[in-house]
Design a protein around this ligand. Structure first.
Ligand SMILES: NC(=O)c1ccc[n+]([C@@H]2O[C@H](COP(=O)([O-])OP(=O)(O)OC[C@H]3O[C@@H](n4cnc5c(N)ncnc54)[C@H](O)[C@@H]3O)[C@@H](O)[C@H]2O)c1
Ligand SMILES: O=CCCC(=O)C(=O)O
Length: 530
């Protein structure tokens, strides 16, 4: 498939009339062909109009049609073969093995949502039948199902050019819910975006869905994205990126005549709590494994372990020695964009310059442009507690260790932390009481609480939560990864005394979709399904 630099609007390709830009290979600093035409308000308007036109038809497609559509996207992404992998590697600086793994995750994610759509649990069908004889007042016939919210604007992330981008979790869950998607492609990987976008466009045509089910816009600035979120036809937003970008879009959404939900995943330092007995028994193993998690993918994971808390003493010293030794061996790695690299270097410089923060170790020196040289810092709890600036994420392989005088201080620090995607505890049996005391705080602070593991590497499944209180996300009630993500793009509708001929299938008497439903308070199973 050749790249044209065109945006995809409905079934067609349109070369944007706005400012053109090229992708940059961060490993060489060179610009790549072709030039991508930036979107203007006219093109945003056209994409939103088509999405709105498609909405009522798409949202009422049956579960089987939508599931097949998601599976068709998955197949067409795989059909792109090596061309997709090569372009994604060149645009992101990520190694081939990582991109191949991410492609598998993206395809698996689409297939998971196909299964979710087929099962129909997301419809959440309830029926409370009429009780005309009830006294003192009769009860009307009441039925409830969930429907799609409307067209969704998705902002692809820079750090997962496949799994969190054009056909990533936000797009997959919105399409699964029955929402048309208008994606604002990330300018760091426009070629990858065009390839994947064309695969989705082809799947729309193959499944004979309305053209407006999917559109994709380019813009290296913010105008097209802002106009998209402001458009009255857009009813929700999915975003992964910086805190500043997420908050800017939340403000645009809140200022609309009809405010809409923004599901923004933004910033998290993913604290690691090393409890004393765990440190005592395996400080060296923990130090080495921590360094591996910290440097994975040049640290460009929102789950990167950017903060470590432990009680000061010989166990922590051994941990730091092992982590430092591993970090000193770690090669510098190419970051996603020159901008992200500059932000990393700035963050590291800021920490290095502080008198209350010590540089414990650095990775190997950079050997090429835009490389991340890993950095490990240490401070004490008093300094950390006195300056909220020390909680700020430095996106990349940088982490701060906080030396605490006692376990109670670890808990006090935990209480002061901002919302997080993850919180991790390393324990041994002898730490059980301390872990129990920490637990309620960690549940309040994070979307995922892990024991004796590392936060990088999110499983895509039913039980996962990739979310958390602000600023990890803008809405802690949900997740951007896993089956639950579909709920973000649905809302309940109640049908009161609606004639049988007008009732949607999910709440018709004969249960034609064969769903689990609650009828007059009793959970009733579908025929032939366990
Ligand atoms: N939490 C995460 O998973 C995560 C992932 C990637 C980057 N980041 C952070 O974000 C920084 C920049 O990286 P990035 O370019 O991927 O994120 P970003 O937030 O700058 O951009 C993400 C997307 O949002 C758009 N956007 C940003 N600000 C906007 C605004 N004010 N109005 C309209 N649209 C806007 C961008 O054009 C892009 O499409 C990194 O250095 C890192 O700190 C965090
Ligand atoms: O960067 C955000 C997502 C992180 C992730 O999916 C992972 O750790 O696997």
């Amino acid at each position: 498939m050749t790249m044209t630099g065109e945006m995809l609007i409905g079934g067609g390709g349109v070369y944007g009339k706005g400012v053109a830009f090229r992708a940059v290979d961060p490993a060489t600093g060179r610009e790549m062909e072709p030039a991508f035409g930036g979107g203007t308000e006219d093109e945003v308007e056209r994409a939103c109009a088509l999405a709105w036109e498609a909405f009522d038809i798409f949202r009422e497609t049956g579960p089987e049609t939508r599931a097949r559509f998601l599976e068709t996207i998955a197949r067409r992404i795989l059909d792109l073969g090596d061309a997709l992998v090569e372009r994604a590697v060149a645009e992101s600086g990520l190694p081939r093995s990582r991109i191949e793994g991410e492609r598998g995750r993206t395809v698996g994610q689409l297939r998971l949502f196909a299964q979710v759509v087929r099962e129909g649990g997301w419809l959440d069908a309830h029926i409370d039948r009429a009780q005309p004889e009830r006294s003192p007042l009769p009860r009307p016939d009441l039925r409830q199902r969930h429907i799609a919210l409307g067209p969704v604007a998705v902002f692809g992330a820079s750090n997962f050019p496949l799994a969190f981008s054009v056909a990533g979790g936000d797009t997959a869950s919105a399409l699964a819910a029955g929402c048309p998607v208008v994606i604002k492609a990330h300018p760091a990987h426009p070629g990858t975006s065009e390839l994947v976008g064309r695969a989705i466009q082809a799947a729309v045509a193959e499944c004979r869905l309305p053209d407006g089910v999917f559109s994709m816009l380019f813009d290296s600035g913010h105008a097209a994205g802002t106009a998209l979120v402001a458009d009255w036809r857009i009813k929700a937003v999915g975003f992964t990126g910086s805190r500043r970008g997420g908050i800017a879009l939340m403000n645009v959404a809140a200022a609309r005549r009809e405010p809409i939900p923004v599901y923004a995943e933004m910033s998290s330092v993913n604290p690691i709590f090393l409890l004393p007995a765990a440190l005592e028994t395996r400080a060296e193993t923990l130090g080495k494994a921590f360094a591996a998690s910290l440097t994975m993918g040049a640290g460009q994971f929102c789950t990167n372990p950017g903060l470590v808390l432990a009680v000061d003493g010989p166990g922590l010293d051994r941990f730091l020695e092992a982590a430092s030794a591993a970090l000193r061996e770690s090669a510098a790695a190419t970051m996603l964009t020159p901008g992200i690299h500059a932000a990393y270097d700035d963050g590291v410089r800021r920490l290095t310059a502080r008198s209350d923060v010590r540089t414990v170790a650095r990775g190997q020196a950079c050997a090429g442009p835009n490389q991340c040289q890993a950095a490990l810092f240490a401070t004490d709890a008093a300094a950390f507690l006195s300056d909220p600036g020390l909680q700020e994420e430095v996106f990349g392989s940088a982490s701060l260790v906080v030396r605490c005088p006692e376990v109670a201080t670890m808990r006090a620090v935990a209480e002061r932390l901002e919302g997080q995607l993850t919180a991790t505890v390393h324990t041994d049996d002898a730490d059980a009481d301390m872990a129990r005391q920490l637990f309620p705080t960690l549940e309040r602070k994070a979307g995922r609480v892990l024991f004796n593991g590392w936060p990088t590497g999110v499983e895509v499944c039913h039980a996962i939560v990739h979310g958390g209180p602000f600023p990890a996300t803008s809405d802690s009630r949900t997740t951007s990864v896993g089956a639950l993500a579909i709920r973000r793009f649905l809302r309940p509708v109640c049908y009161q005394d609606v004639p049988a001929a007008l009732l949607p299938e999910a709440v018709q008497d004969g249960n034609p979709l064969n769903l689990w439903r609650r009828v007059d308070g009793d959970l009733q199973g579908p025929v032939g399904r366990g």
